[in-house]
Design a protein around this ligand. Structure first.
Ligand code: SF4
Ligand code: SF4
Length: 113
């Protein structure tokens, strides 16, 4: 299981979650952060730290929108991002490669806040 970052993070990006994640599995895109579902250890620290209340456990993704964000968080790592030829996969730590500098097409097309 993993945690998911929802729409409230878009254009907020204050990095509080990144600072508390014990395994550095939160990656910063251009407008939003994404949790790597393979690297997340399901501790819940990020959910408590987010001032935007953007983070929720995947098991609580009940609405269509929440399920879209669950799938989109995973696709940030499993599909090539715009301008890239290979997927990110599991780099083993966000601090080394963040900000990645781009978002999934789903987030890139989201209206500005
Ligand atoms: S649940 Fe824990 S391990 Fe997973 S992203 Fe949040 S802080 Fe990191
Ligand atoms: S703490 Fe919340 S708003 Fe800030 S980067 Fe993390 S998910 Fe986004």
């Amino acid at each position: 299981m993993t945690y998911v970052i929802g729409k409230e993070c878009i254009d907020a990006l204050d990095r509080s979650c990144i600072d508390v994640c014990p395994v550095d599995c939160i990656y910063e895109g251009a407008r939003k952060s994404y949790i790597n579902p393979v690297e997340c250890i399901d501790c819940g620290a990020c959910e408590l730290a987010c001032p935007e209340v953007a983070i929720f456990p995947a098991r609580k993704a009940r609405t269509d929108e929440q399920r879209k964000f669950l799938a989109d968080n995973a696709s940030f790592f499993s599909l090539p991002l715009p301008g890239k030829t290979e997927p990110l996969g599991s780099p083993g730590g966000g601090e080394r490669i963040s900000p990645v500098g781009t978002d999934t097409p789903f987030i890139g097309g989201w209206p500005k806040r």
